[in-house]
Design a protein around this ligand. Structure first.
Ligand SMILES: [Zn+2]
Ligand SMILES: [Zn+2]
Length: 340
């Protein structure tokens, strides 16, 4: 690795003297996106995209020192040219491009090649060295086109309406919930759990246009949600909160739903393989298209993916990071351990 090295605090750029998504407190942290495993507490200075800033304020604190930039805006840090490029993962998510003496390294963070209609579409950045995630790096993960997937969600809502049922979607609060809102926009009133409402508000402060929604009052007014659409985070599956909603059907939206075994999530009526990460093809095509001479594989199916890349002639190795506690990444636990 030329421009980056792995330390016990995270991925470090020695020339620029900054870290990317560090897991321990450091002086300067460049943040790829707002998920908790990438954006942690305790950094002296944060640098992120404009859309990620309100998320950091919401999740880490309003008193942090945070500089935000536009995609493609170049800033010089100790002689290293640094810029952020759309990663297509969630709103504000960025790949970090570093250039020093003509050598280019890109750290992808989490990324998705499909355009979800909300996040700025993924931008391919050519580089010498590429750090890729590998959450869904197995050939079985093969996503539907976003339009076809959205159609499935819409049809499910319409079917529930015919059967006088309330549609309850389960999807994580930062990223997935907003995508579900967009997919079912116009089909009924949308109610969201307060944790989702807070993040929606943060997005609205930077001018992101979300479909109309109401923050649900499960205690006092569950009845008004009847026959409408409700979105809650995975932690609430099987909870008393959901049980208060009159005659409802539940659907889980997660990349993990593509696997048959995941259907053990016993109480759900439907499952949709909706993911904010690249599928097998997306990962493979991206890695090849960057034309990187060396690829470092982080969180997910690291061993399998780097081995496969080596077999097809791409020079790849595994870099052990502490990422992978992303909301979608950790959903696997909940889905596969229905008793926990
Ligand atoms: Zn992640
Ligand atoms: Zn993430």
């Amino acid at each position: 690795m030329k421009l980056i090295t792995l330390t016990n605090k995270g991925i470090y750029c020695p020339q620029g003297k900054f870290y990317i998504d560090p897991w321990r407190p450091v002086d300067m942290a460049v943040i790829t996106h707002g998920h908790a495993d990438h954006a942690r507490w305790g950094m002296k200075k944060y640098l992120c995209h404009h859309f990620t800033k309100p998320i950091l304020h919401q999740r880490i604190g309003t008193d942090i020192q945070c500089q935000s930039v536009e995609y493609g805006e170049i800033i010089m840090v100790n002689g290293v040219q640094l810029s952020l490029h759309p990663a297509g993962h969630i709103i504000g998510s960025a790949q970090i491009r570093l250039e020093y003496k003509g050598y280019i390294t890109v750290i992808s963070g989490d990324y998705k090649v499909q355009h979800d209609g909300l996040s700025t579409p993924f931008e391919l950045v050519k580089c010498n060295e590429f750090v890729t995630e590998s959450t869904f790096a197995l050939p079985i993960y093969n996503w539907l086109e976003v339009e076809d997937l959205n159609k499935k969600l819409q049809n499910w809502v319409l079917k529930n309406r015919e059967n006088n049922k309330t549609s309850v979607f389960i999807g994580y609060s930062l990223g997935k919930a907003q995508r579900i809102m967009k997919a079912v926009e116009g089909l009924g009133k949308i109610y969201v759990h307060q944790s989702i409402g807070k993040l929606n508000e943060a997005f609205e402060t930077v001018g992101i246009d979300l479909p109309d929604y109401t923050v649900a009052d499960f205690k006092e007014r569950p009845k008004e949600m009847e026959h409408e659409i409700v979105i809650v985070p995975p932690a609430l599956l099987d909870s008393n909160t959901i049980k208060k909603i009159p005659d409802h059907a539940t659907a889980i939206c997660s990349g993990w739903m593509q696997v048959r075994g995941a259907r053990r999530w016993r109480s759900a009526d439907a499952g949709f393989a909706m993911s904010d990460h690249a599928d097998w093809k997306g990962l493979l095509e991206t890695v090849k298209a960057t034309e990187a001479e060396i690829v470092h594989v982080t969180h997910g199916q690291t061993e399998i993916f780097s081995k496969y890349l080596n077999e097809i002639g791409v020079n790849a190795d595994v870099v052990e990071t502490l990422f992978g506690e992303d909301e979608e990444e950790s959903e696997k636990e909940i889905i596969e351990n229905p008793e926990s």
